[in-house]
Write a protein that binds this ligand. Structure first.
Ligand SMILES: [Zn+2]
Length: 255
């Protein structure tokens, strides 16, 4: 039976996510930005929280764990990096591990760069990727703890997923990402189409998520740092993809 996925806003621009397994009635929250909207979404659906799958240690992804754990006695699954301050962890995961949510199976991909502990969860049978702050629609996370080559490798790992994989990311940053991407690739038809779609969705106060990995491969300049046209647009012909990626990221930081 196919999983049911719900997304809802948390804090100022985070997404909260629930993935529910109708067969076992298990429900996981992907991260826990804050407890109240997660509880509200659970109550609306009549679901019981069994698991929290944590992507990384930032406060806007773990702030609701304590309250949810107390209310539901759910399992907390978090990245292996024990140095990261994630509260109440029951289980640590690393690259290649499988996490079960009832009968649903998620694969753990280590995607460091934004933080060193960052992991993404892929539900292969559902074609669903929860990439938190590694890959955004038409953008990517800031590189706080890792290096540009490290973050570029993480993005390539996500880019390699099937085109029909739905991307569920950590923040509603798409409109700002589109604005920046157009400064690099004003003539990219996929980006222009995405820009129109995002403008329409935001005008209707609708989320721009999920998107498809196949669409991101065409519209997201951060996934194409190894494309000769992108290097040329930055006057970086012949430079490494990691260098091109780093330049893109620095320009975005300043935008
Ligand atoms: Zn973060």
């Amino acid at each position: 039976m196919a999983a049911e996925i719900r997304l809802f806003p948390c804090l100022s621009d985070n997404f909260g996510y629930l993935i529910h397994d109708p067969a076992s009635k298990a429900t996981a929250s992907i991260d826990a930005p804050e407890a109240a909207p997660v509880i509200k979404a659970l109550q609306r659906e009549g679901w019981h929280l069994t698991d929290i799958l944590v992507t990384h240690h930032h406060a806007d992804h773990v702030g609701g764990i304590a309250e949810l754990k107390q209310k539901y006695d759910c399992r907390v699954v978090a990245p292996h990096d024990k140095a990261a301050a994630i509260p109440l962890v029951d289980e640590r995961v690393k690259e290649g591990d499988t996490v079960m949510v009832g009968t649903l199976s998620a694969r753990v991909l280590e995607t460091p760069g934004h933080t060193l502990d960052h992991v993404s969860y892929v539900f292969d049978s559902e074609r669903a990727l929860f990439a938190a702050d590694t890959l955004f629609s038409v953008g990517c996370g800031r590189v706080f703890e890792g290096t540009y080559p490290m973050m570029w490798d993480s993005l390539k790992k996500l880019r390699a997923l099937p085109d029909d994989t739905r991307l569920y990311c950590g923040h509603e940053y798409t409109a700002a990402n589109v604005k920046f991407a157009l400064t690099i690739e004003p003539n990219n038809p996929a980006l222009k189409a995405r820009a129109a779609e995002v403008a329409r969705l935001r005008a209707e106060n609708k989320p721009t998520i999920p998107t498809l990995i196949g669409d991101e491969k065409r519209s997201n300049v951060f996934l194409r740092a190894d494309d000769a046209d992108v290097a040329a647009a930055l006057h970086m012909k012949g430079m490494t993809a990691a260098d091109v990626f780093g330049e893109l990221r620095e320009r975005k930081n300043k935008s």
